[in-house]
Structures are given as structure tokens and as C-alpha cells.
Design a protein around this ligand. Structure first.
Ligand code: NAD
Ligand code: UDP
Length: 310
């Protein structure tokens, strides 16, 4: 099949392109290189079935494809808050343009949605039928509400135009090719530990997240795309929950760093607790994560060690 991956030069997109090429597909990797880089896909460029396209999803696109994975959107708070108006345009206009393309080509289209649609959740763990607790006017809203509107558009195009959709809600995912300066907690802590800098814990570090390794996530994503009928939304993430302080301690232990833990103010609207209920993914996709946090961190640390040595 000819498969379009928007945001294909980003962290998750590059792993997805790699996986789809391994499966024998033709891959069009689209990116505007806001947070993604050509380096992330440099190793794929000699592949005869790989094509790199500089394009912004807020603009219409006319190509012929069989499937679309819509990942284009800055994903870390630092990056999505850099130009919030552009972030919401990317989610909303990007969804409209890619859904229009899917409608015309009859391609199946998967949306990379997010656990942020649950906001600062008041229900734990989060199931797909929970409607969330989202601040519509806060500093995270450009991302959260943009992704929520994108989900709405996906389901309206499905009901109104019979577009063949898949909606996946991704929980915190980490691994090689994360941007070293994107401010997300795993990359921040590893880079700080490797540089011997203070490890910055926002708040008291008691807030929780559940960290999924990239290979597990991509597995779930491909399974959902290939499912004959399950449109979702489906949570995909690792249900093992850690506090941010525990994560910092793990990173220090695995890097052998002498970095100290320091606290910084907690950003506003920072969710206190997050954990996916993955019963639906288990039942419908036969999927569950395999890589424990420690093993995934070891691989991610090795990646950043190499990157920082250059
Ligand atoms: P990333 O920032 O590495 O990747 C996003 C990619 O989209 C980048 O390559 C960027 O340059 C590109 N992009 C941004 N705006 C664009 C635009 N207007 N037009 C074209 N390309 C554009 O982040 P990631 O972690 O790989 O995230 C990929 C997707 O998964 C995002 O949609 C994100 O919201 C979603 N997601 C990720 C996580 C996670 O923990 N990694 C969690 C929830 C959801
Ligand atoms: N965080 C932290 N120190 C950092 C970066 C993040 O303590 O240097 C915290 C952040 O406040 C949040 C958690 O780690 O509670 C996860 O942050 P991230 O930006 O990775 O993702 P998100 O908040 O979107 O889940």
C-alpha cells in the first residue's frame, strides 16, 4: 500500500515510517520540520519505497494514497505552547485537510490523539468513555482542545461521509529520537543526568505518568490501523504508573549520574495523575505493552549518550 505519514520526521513518525517500510509499503513521509528533523529519517532516504515531502498540514494536499497516519502536531508542552495559534491550526485544519484527502481517495485514516483529551482527569485509570476535565482557556488548551476538535471532526466525517477512521489516544511515550530540548520529562531527565546538570522536578514530584516505549506504541498503532472495524477511540499506553520523582531516581540510578534533584514550580493545569485503562486495546487489538520502563530507559539513555557525544 501507499501510506502517508504526516509528522513522519518526528519522534514517533520516524519509527512508524521505518516499521511500514519493513512491512513492504510505499511510504510518503510528510513534515514541516517544526520539531521533526531530516536526521530522524536520514537512514530511510536511500530506501526505494521512501519519499520525504516538505509540507504543512494546514495547507491542502493532493496525492493518491491508500492509508493516512495523521501524526503532525507538536507534542511537548514547550513546543506546542511556543506558537499556540499555530498548534490549534495544525490540529484542526490539519485534520480537515487530511480527512478531505481521505474522503477523496477513500483511504483509511488514523488520528494520533492523546491522553490530554482527558485533561486533568478526575477518574482513574482513564477509560475511553470518560469525557475528561479540560480547561478550555489555559496554556495547554491549544493542544488539548485542538486534539478534541480533531476527534470530533474524525467522527463527523465518519458519520457524515463514511470516512474510514481510526482514533488512537496515546499516553506518554518515550524512546530514541525524542528531541533533546523538547522539555518532555523523560528526555529532560536523561539529558540533565548525562550532562551532570540538576534534575528539574516540577512541583513536589508526586504527580504520576505511565510511560510507554516507542516500539510498543507503534505496534499498537499499526494494529489499530489494520483492525477491520474498530474505529476507536482506543487508549494505547503503558498502564504501569510512576511518580515523577520515581522516574528521576530511576534515571539517576541507570546513568550513574551525580546530578541532584531540584524542584521548580509546577506549570499550570499540569495533570496530577494519569494512567490508561487499556482493556479495550487488549480486547480489540490483542495488544499490550511489553517493554518495562527500566529496559526502555536503558535504550533511550544509550541513544542520548551517542547524540550528546557528537
Ligand atoms: P514530534 O514533535 O516528535 O512529532 C511531531 C511531528 O509533526 C514533527 O516532525 C513536526 O515537525 C511535525 N509537524 C508539526 N506541525 C506540523 C505541521 N503543521 N505540518 C506538518 N508537520 C508538522 O512528537 P511525537 O511525540 O512524535 O508525536 C507525534 C504525534 O503523537 C503528535 O500528534 C502527538 O500529539 C501525538 N502524541 C504523542 C505522545 C507522546 O508521548 N509522544 C502522546 C500523545 C500524543
Ligand atoms: N516534568 C518535570 N520536570 C521536567 C519536565 C516535566 O517534573 O523537567 C513533569 C511535568 O510537570 C509533568 C510530567 O513531568 O508533571 C510529564 O511532563 P511532560 O511534559 O513529559 O508530559 P505531559 O505533562 O504532557 O504528560
Amino acid at each position: 500500500m501507499k501510506i502517508l505519514v504526516t509528522g513522519g520526521a518526528g519522534f514517533l513518525g520516524s519509527h512508524l515510517c521505518e516499521r511500514l517500510l519493513t512491512e513492504g509499503h510505499d511510504v510518503v513521509c510528510l513534515d514541516n520540520f517544526f520539531t521533526g528533523t531530516k536526521n530522524n529519517v536520514r537512514h530511510l532516504r536511500e530506501h526505494a519505497s521512501f519519499e520525504l515531502l516538505r509540507h504543512d498540514v494546514t495547507m491542502p494536499l493532493f496525492i493518491e494514497v491508500d492509508r493516512i497516519y495523521n501524526l503532525a502536531c507538536p507534542a511537548s508542552p514547550v513546543h506546542y505552547q511556543y506558537n499556540p495559534v499555530k498548534t490549534i491550526k495544525t490540529s484542526v485544519m490539519g485534520a480537515i485537510n487530511m480527512l478531505g484527502l481521505a474522503k477523496r481517495t477513500k483511504a483509511r485514516i488514523l488520528q494520533a490523539s492523546t491522553s490530554e483529551v482527558y485533561g486533568d482527569p478526575q477518574v482513574h485509570p482513564q477509560r475511553e468513555d470518560y469525557w475528561g476535565n479540560v480547561n478550555p482557556i489555559g496554556i495547554r488548551s491549544c493542544y488539548d482542545e485542538g486534539k478534541r476538535v480533531a476527534e470530533t471532526l474524525f467522527f463527523d466525517y465518519h458519520r457524515q461521509n463514511q470516512v474510514d477512521i481510526r482514533v488512537m489516544r496515546i499516553f506518554n511515550t518515550y524512546g530514541p529520537r525524542m528531541h533533546p530540548d523538547d522539555g518532555r520529562v523523560v528526555s529532560n531527565f536523561i539529558v540533565q543526568a548525562l550532562r551532570g546538570q540538576d534534575i528539574t522536578i516540577y512541583g513536589d514530584g508526586s504527580q504520576t505518568r505511565s510511560f510507554c516505549f516507542a516500539s510498543d506504541l507503534i505496534d499498537g498503532m499499526v494494529k489499530l490501523m489494520n483492525h477491520p472495524s474498530c474505529v476507536g477511540p482506543v487508549n494505547v499506553g503503558n498502564p504501569v504508573e510512576f511518580t515523577i520523582k520515581q522516574l528521576a531516581e530511576q534515571v539517576i540510578a541507570l546513568t550513574g549520574s551525580k546530578s541532584k534533584l531540584v524542584t521548580k514550580p509546577l506549570p499550570s493545569d499540569d495533570p496530577k495523575q494519569r494512567q490508561p485503562d487499556i482493556s479495550l486495546a487488549r480486547k480489540e487489538l490483542g495488544w499490550e505493552p511489553k517493554v518495562p520502563l527500566k529496559d526502555g530507559l536503558v535504550q533511550t539513555i544509550a541513544y542520548f549518550e551517542k547524540l550528546l557525544a557528537v
